[in-house]
Design a protein around this ligand. Structure first.
Ligand SMILES: [Zn+2]
Length: 442
């Protein structure tokens, strides 16, 4: 317990130094490697992991659980590795390491689950999806699936997005609650090429056949060779009515934005509320539609003004095919004719230097053929790489303009945009864009 006290002191010091996020946890873990096992956690511990949607799902769960009257502890402010989780628990606990509350909602980095779970012993594990994400750092989804598998025990109840064939394969041992997005309205139109995510059967390694896809590798699949397929889901988004998702045929939740990624996030949070926290389905759906929950999603899609042009900002993740595919589909489905597509790629990663942009070729830019832009403006160090990819995807070369410098790119957007600007970039570059936008407004 001394370590927890030292952690609390480190937190107080860290705050004064202005770096409160993971320092206390890092110090305390250096003193006790198994610090996380020393806390007395709330009765319900739910871990959220996967390649994408962890943060959004965790934030939805946290807000909806609070709205349903539960007291929640989470690592919302810190990182999703041991130091961030330790810092959050140090902050929430008393001197004896007791963490009060009804539920601990812990976002866990997918390759670190094997180190976190033996000490945290989550009773419930939500797995969102496994798609290509930061290949230079994470390797392939099949590898990540193997890393997660090392962390799972039969004592855990697994809440699995079984639309993902690799996630489904993790459910072989222990209790599984499968969930799925089935709504017709969210299905991907046929004919989208899947360069990266044409999934292989986790059982026999041959290509899977899809009845339909929701997005990327997520959908209804079966293996023509060995018969591998997902079980019938216990919970599903069964339809879309107006601006609402219909869950389990009876309950309505209104996402801030209607797209397949949010449908999965909302459904995962709903399943967590109902299955892990004992919230009634109605209260779960209501909790997920509450205005505080909507605010939690606001930073993913923002609007801005650039001179006379309205801008719609769609935040994606560099090196992550799925997030770009969701953003592009939103544009293809919702942009009015005569719009401008802006894409900025300057820094590939915040974590390491990476000059590899081969992932641009995995993204389904081809969906833009359905609703092509009038103008394409590309910025940042890797703007020419995007240009080459877009020409290969059938975009007319004559409508593309490029500026490698960020200040020059802002000028380009101001001078050359037509109609609404749909602007895409990653977490890694967002600050560069928004700080220049703010300077503009002053
Ligand atoms: Zn097979």
């Amino acid at each position: 317990m001394l370590t927890i006290t030292i952690g609390k002191v480190a937190r107080a010091v860290g705050r004064r130094l202005g770096r409160g996020s993971v320092l206390p946890g890092r110090i305390a873990l250096a003193l006790d490697r198994h610090l996380l096992a020393k806390f007395t956690l709330p009765a319900v511990v739910i871990a959220i992991t996967g390649s994408g949607g962890k943060t959004t799902t965790s934030s939805l769960l946290r807000d909806a659980a609070s709205n349903a009257g539960l007291k929640v502890v989470s690592n919302a402010e810190g990182s999703n590795m041991a130091p961030g989780i330790a810092t959050a628990l140090i902050q929430a606990s008393d001197r004896h390491g007791r963490v009060p509350g009804d539920v601990a909602i812990l976002e866990c980095e997918e390759r670190h689950c094997q180190y976190l779970f033996p000490d945290l012993r989550p009773g419930f594990v939500v797995i969102t999806n496994l798609s290509r994400d930061q290949v230079a750092r994470n390797g392939y989804p099949q590898f990540v699936a193997g890393e997660i598998a090392k962390a799972l025990t039969p004592a855990m109840t697994l809440l699995l997005n079984v639309d993902d064939p690799l996630v489904n394969a993790l459910g072989r041992d222990g209790r599984v609650i499968p969930f799925s997005v089935e709504a017709d309205a969210l299905r991907e139109p046929a004919g989208v090429p899947h360069r990266a995510d044409d999934s292989l059967c986790p059982n026999c390694g041959l290509a899977l056949d899809y009845d339909y896809r929701i997005i990327g590798n997520l959908g209804r699949y079966h293996c023509g060779h060995c018969g591998y397929q997902a079980p019938a889901p216990q919970h599903s988004v069964s339809a879309v009515v107006g601006t609402e998702l219909v869950i389990d045929d009876d309950y309505r939740a209104a996402p801030q934005i209607m797209n397949p990624a949010f449908a999965y996030n909302i459904l995962a949070a709903y399943v967590g509320l109902v299955e892990a926290m004992g919230v009634t389905p109605q209260a779960a759906a209501d909790g997920l539609t509450h205005k505080d929950v909507k605010n939690a999603l606001q930073d993913r899609v923002m609007t801005f003004q650039m001179g006379e042009h309205r801008g719609v900002f769609l935040l994606s993740k560099h090196e992550n095919t799925l997030t770009y595919n969701v953003s592009l589909r939103t544009i293809a489905d919702s942009a009015e004719r005569g719009y401008t597509l802006g894409v900025m790629l300057h820094r590939v990663s915040r974590k390491y230097f990476a000059g590899d942009v081969s992932w641009l070729w995995d993204i389904d830019w081809e969906v833009l053929a359905k609703n092509p832009p009038a103008k394409v403006l590309l910025g940042g160090r890797f703007a020419n790489d995007i240009a080459v990819r877009l020409v290969a995807a059938g975009i007319d070369q004559d409508i593309i303009e490029v500026d490698l410098s960020l200040d020059g790119y802002m000028d380009l957007l101001r001078r050359q945009s037509q109609g609404t600007i749909f602007f895409l970039t990653g977490f890694e570059d967002i600050d560069q864009f928004t700080s220049r936008l703010r300077k503009d407004e002053q």
